[in-house]
Design a protein around this ligand. Structure first.
Ligand code: GDP
Ligand code: MG
Length: 442
């Protein structure tokens, strides 16, 4: 999966002090394959990779993040940017009613969305009116009426027994009705076809001309993958649209369609549907979609916390030390532990890092009281002892135990664990160091 691929890539990068061109290229290759597998369209993948490479090369080496985290952040930032940054809000007309028209293929979720939008608008104090301008399928009007009833809003539909209805006339009539009855938002449901065809586009364009919508929303089934690009382009050319609504995000689609359409059409994704019920609906959140595409939500949360909390100077000092092959001391050990503690629960934080699975057991066995004890012991040592724990003979250990209110066996345990951590840090330093990573007691 995408997550596995990226995790593997970032595991390879872990331990490098600086992003080299080779690192960036290797990472870019993995991300490229992964995005293609997530159904992102090829031209979008190319543009995306180019942007990420450029940013990675130009990026100052972060003091707060290790190189692996830094690459994840660059990839994520770029995804969020393309997905539209801040969510765009629905534009309301100065003179009501605001007209929202829904367009998209049959089965995309337009009629369901009409109900969701109506409920959402009603909850915000609006008086929406749903308009049944899909007269293509026998049951379409009835379906909208059911949805409207559930949402508790009125539906404007052709009179029954009116023969074959004219959707353009219905749409036009709905505006007069809305003005007369003081509805302030009109949501026009339209017909779709299974594929793109000229009649469908013409009908949608005629409805658009009749109602002059403030917003045309293109409704897109997130599950259609690569076809999203062709469909979106056809609707952009045939009807035009201002925003995109992604539906069926409760399925296992990885979100590649969102990235493709946002990039190729330059239109923001505005809403997201994630289920058949009226409540399964929200404004679109680019960060959430980015982490869905990356499959690394937890890691992104961690990066945010790390950036906020980490003492950059401390980290830089550590990186320099590891790179120069200087020894990892008990002072470093303590500083790292305190930095990590500031970030939150030790185990939770470390467990989120890719590649940290191997330390899982140690992490799980470490509790907060243990951290307090370790801190007290180290603080009871002299600077010379912290720098060179080798000099810790029996009488020094006894003094430290007294000073820290612990037992000599606790001091011995810490010295042993530190020796292990030191060994680990040395082996990492062989690969260039791992700035920002804590020493690992336990
Ligand atoms: P339309 O042809 O564009 O009007 O699409 P419909 O609103 O009739 O929806 C087609 C099918 O998709 C229906 O069975 C809906 O219940 C279902 N559907 C719509 N939106 C979602 C969604 O977000 N998630 C899921 N799982 N199903 C949806
Ligand atoms: Mg429909």
């Amino acid at each position: 999966t995408l997550h596995d691929r990226l995790a593997a890539t970032f595991r390879d990068l872990r331990g490098k002090g600086r992003l080299s061109d080779a690192d960036i290229d290797a990472t870019a290759r993995e991300i490229r394959v992964a995005l293609l597998e997530a159904d992102v369209a090829l031209p979008v993948v190319k543009a995306f990779i180019a942007a990420v490479k450029e940013r990675a090369r130009g990026a100052e080496v972060s003091q707060a993040l290790n190189p692996a985290q830094q690459v994840v952040k660059i990839v994520n930032d770029e995804l969020v940017r393309i997905l539209g940054g801040e969510t765009r809000r629905l534009r309301f007309a100065k003179n009501p009613p605001t007209v929202v028209m829904l367009a998209g293929l049959q089965g995309a979720g337009k009629t369901t969305l009409a109900g969701k939008l109506a409920l959402w608008l009603r909850e915000q104090g609006h008086q929406p009116l749903l308009v049944a301008a899909d007269l293509q399928r026998p049951n379409a009007v009835n379906q909208l009426q059911v949805v409207g009833e559930r949402a508790g809003v009125s539906v404007y539909a052709p009179e029954p027994g009116n023969g074959v209805g004219d959707p353009v006339a219905v749409a036009r009539g709905s505006l007069e009705h809305a003005r007369a009855k003081q509805y302030d938002v009109v949501v026009v449901d339209t017909a779709g076809r299974l594929g793109i065809d000229a009649d469908l586009m013409q009908q949608a364009a005629d409805i658009r001309d009749a109602v002059q919508p403030d917003e045309v929303l293109f409704v897109l089934d997130a599950m259609i993958g690569q076809d999203a690009v062709v469909t979106a382009q056809a609707f952009l050319d045939g009807v035009g649209f201002d925003g995109v609504v992604l539906t069926k995000l409760d399925g296992d689609a990885r979100g590649g369609a969102a990235l493709s359409v946002a990039q190729l059409t330059g239109r923001s994704v505005m809403f997201a549907s994630n289920g058949e019920k009226l409540q399964d609906f929200d404004v679109f959140h680019p960060e959430r979609m980015a982490s869905r595409i990356l499959g690394m939500g937890d890691v992104l949360t961690l990066i945010e916390q790390a950036e906020k909390t980490f003492d950059a100077e401390q980290s830089a000092k550590m990186a320099g030390k590891l790179q120069s092959g200087e020894d990892f001391t008990l002072d470093d050990f303590l500083a790292q532990m305190q930095a990590v503690r500031k970030m939150g629960s030790f185990g939770k934080i470390l467990g989120m890092l890719p590649g940290m699975g191997q330390f899982r057991e140690q992490i799980d066995n470490l509790d907060e009281r243990e951290l307090d004890r370790v801190t007290a012991i180290i603080q009871s040592m002299t600077p010379a002892e912290r720098a060179a724990p080798k000099i810790l003979n029996g009488s020094r250990r006894a003094r430290i135990a007294r000073g820290s209110g612990t037992k000599v066996s606790d001091v011995n345990g810490l010295v042993d664990r530190f020796a292990e951590a030191q060994k680990m840090m040395r082996s990492l330093a062989g690969g260039g160091g791992m700035p920002g990573m804590p020493g690992m007691p336990g």
